[in-house]
Design a protein around this ligand. Structure first.
Ligand SMILES: Cc1cc2nc3c(=O)[nH]c(=O)nc-3n(C[C@H](O)[C@H](O)[C@H](O)COP(=O)(O)OP(=O)(O)OC[C@H]3O[C@@H](n4cnc5c(N)ncnc54)[C@H](O)[C@@H]3O)c2cc1C
Length: 387
């Protein structure tokens, strides 16, 4: 067992950290408040190869794994730039297409995802189904050589920035039976696909949307994989990368908040010569949060290592645990940072309260803490399924 990164991974971490710090949280917030996207940061990260680290080299990527992508997610977040679309586009969409797409789909989509010139977002959540994916109601019907999709999706991130959306549907003949998902790569400008922006209480340059699919017609080759049998494995293949990278983003956000807070409490003096950080009522909560973040990072490392070794089932358990731990740790770290900064904690200038909404959402999405506890209770503790 080793806890060391390889020298290439170390270099990647240092380089991404430097890039993130060049932009910083001020840039992230400014973009969010102006209703703009972090286009410059995304483009530069793409040019430098950081968005494609996990994509096979033959399609223009770095040939690494989820360990490398988790490093990118964590370091950008640790610099104050937690980019949710990293989780959606390179982690979910690129993995699904690389592992289960046809050769034609790989050639068509992966190079753009690798250099950042293209984004593919992911649409599974539906208003009526929520956490219960077995209730998905979006249906794909075969019509000659085409597929016709109908349904509703909600909270879909980044549709306004993406050329395609990976839509999870069920085929018409499976509409009443057990979920047999089929995944479709749908152009965001397809006829019949409309969207409306949701007002979210999250300071983020990335937006969430309601998606309406009304007779959206796509060609046969929009279906991910060679046949309908590819659907379930393709969907599952995206879940571990999603959980691991979203956890990494949470851990990075936690590190960022603790660093901001520690700098402040080490120098802020309101009781004579001693810093407020010398009071254990201030330093212990921060130290506690730092322990929780570090524990989460350890679990992320384990999950990514298992995933990259092809041990998907074990990675599933570790990835869920990492996501749970990081979601809780990030929320704790940001809330603690706000508290120890006092009034400054609530200002935009000090850049921690701006993350409250994001870390709160991290306990709900992409899978809620309760659904992870259900998973652990059932699959690790052998408890009867409760729902
Ligand atoms: C910022 C943000 C970005 C998102 N981006 C995307 C995206 O890009 N693509 C996408 O498809 N989705 C996205 N989502 C949706 C997200 O995945 C869902 O919000 C999440 O899966 C929970 O579903 P729900 O909101 O319908 O909650 P519900 O399923 O309605 O659950 C509500 C509450 O009840 C709890 N609950 C439900 N069932 C159980 C149970 N059996 N046992 C215990 N507790 C239970 C849940 O944990 C939750 O706390 C995003 C959400 C947010 C907030």
């Amino acid at each position: 067992m080793t806890f060391d990164l390889t020298s290439e991974q170390d270099q990647l971490r240092d380089a991404v950290r430097a890039l993130g710090r060049r932009y910083g949280h001020g840039y992230f917030v400014e973009k969010a408040k102006a209703g703009e996207h972090t286009t410059e940061l995304w483009a530069e990260a793409g040019r430098l190869g950081y968005l494609g680290v996990n994509i096979p080299t033959e399609y223009g990527g770095g040939g690494g794994g989820i360990t490398e992508l988790a490093i990118v997610c964590e370091e950008l977040a640790a610099a104050g730039c937690p980019l949710l679309l990293l989780v959606v586009s390179p982690a979910i969409a690129a993995t699904v297409i690389a592992r289960h797409g046809t050769e034609e789909q790989r050639k068509r989509h992966l190079p753009g995802l690798a250099d950042g010139s293209a984004k593919i977002v992911f649409a599974i959540t539906e208003p009526e189904a929520g956490s219960n994916f077995h209730r998905l109601g979006t249906v794909a019907r075969r019509d000659a050589d085409d597929w016709v999709l109908n349904g509703r999706k909600c909270y879909i991130s980044g549709v306004d920035e993406a050329g395609h959306v990976l839509v999870v549907a069920r085929t018409e003949d499976s509409a009443t039976g057990k979920l047999k998902p089929a995944l479709f790569i749908v152009p965001t400008d397809a006829a019949g696909l409309t969207r409306s922006k949701l007002d979210m209480e999250i300071v983020s340059p990335e937006n969430q949307f309601l998606l309406y699919l009304d007779d959206v017609r796509v060609p046969a080759d929009a279906l991910v994989g060679e046949s309908l049998d590819a659907g379930l494995p393709a969907l599952f293949s995206g879940l571990n990368p999603e959980r691991i990278t979203v956890a990494a983003m949470g851990a990075g956000t936690g590190r960022y908040a603790i660093e901001r807070a520690s700098e402040y409490t080490a120098t802020r003096k309101v009781w004579g010569g001693r810093s407020i950080g010398s009071h254990q009522g201030v330093s212990h909560p921060l130290a506690h949060a730092a322990v929780q973040v570090e524990l989460a990072r350890l679990m992320i490392q384990k999950a990514a290592t298992l995933y990259d070794a092809g041990r998907d089932l074990e990675a599933g358990v570790a990835g869920n645990m990492a996501k749970y731990a990081a979601g809780e740790a990030a929320a704790l770290a940001v809330d603690t940072a706000v508290q120890v900064l006092g009034g400054a904690g609530m200002t935009t200038e000090y850049g921690v309260a701006t993350l409250l909404g994001a870390v709160r959402a991290g306990r709900i999405a992409p899978v809620s803490r309760e659904m992870i506890l259900n998973f652990v209770a059932q699959h690790v503790l052998g408890q009867e399924k409760s729902y």
